[in-house]
Design a protein around this ligand. Sequence first.
Ligand code: MHO
Length: 249
Amino acid sequence: MTGLNRATGQLVVAAILIAAILAGIFFGCLKEGTTVDFTEDGVIPGDSIPPIDASAPAYTETATFALGCFWAPDSRFGSLDGVVRTRVGYAGGTLENPTYHNLGDHTETIEIDYDPAQVSYEQLLEVYWDSHNPTTQPWSRQYMSIIFYHNSEQFTLATESKQREEASLGRRVYTEIIPFSEFYVAEDYHQKYHLQQVPELMEELTVIYPNFADFRDSTAVARINGYIGGHVTFEELQEQLNSSWPASG
Ligand code: MHO
């Protein structure tokens, strides 16, 4: 009996080991696959501030969205032409100075500064609806679906787009549309999260942006994070980094 138990135990341990090794190979390959271009070509020629940062427009407007865990939207919105910078953080609640482990009644939120001459609020709303499923009841305040509007125009566009979404899905959409009040920037390790998981790239980027706030607020870094998230090809990324902002009216 004990012999049988021991054999079963050994089998279980062996299965866990094999699973761990397979997972290691799988994730190891994934990571190498995403970084190989960078280590060979250098992500940014000359390791200097790329043109897209050097020419960032001074005038921007802000869109503030909550749509579940903020890591993926950071990468998706960051990949879009016209988006100048992204920051993830907490909003919608009453607790002052929330943190990830003391969130209170806040919700994970992304703040998007964009050049309205290059991308419209309507276009950002389309990406917003396309990036999550707001038809199921949110199971915690942390992951609510919320549009925080900054002015009456955003309110109208958000309300109309929610109605269109409900009509086309034929289901109730739980997204709340509420006025923006305060946004608390999240801890550094949550910013450009997918990119921060690639140490080779981080090493290179820390040279260009020694100050974390500059890294977090960089357009180029937002685009690289978009590439890591799989939203643009390497060729598209190179084009993005090396283009200058078109003069906005
Ligand atoms: N802890 C979850 C969500 C993180 S997100 C910042 C995860 O590891 O995927 O809420």
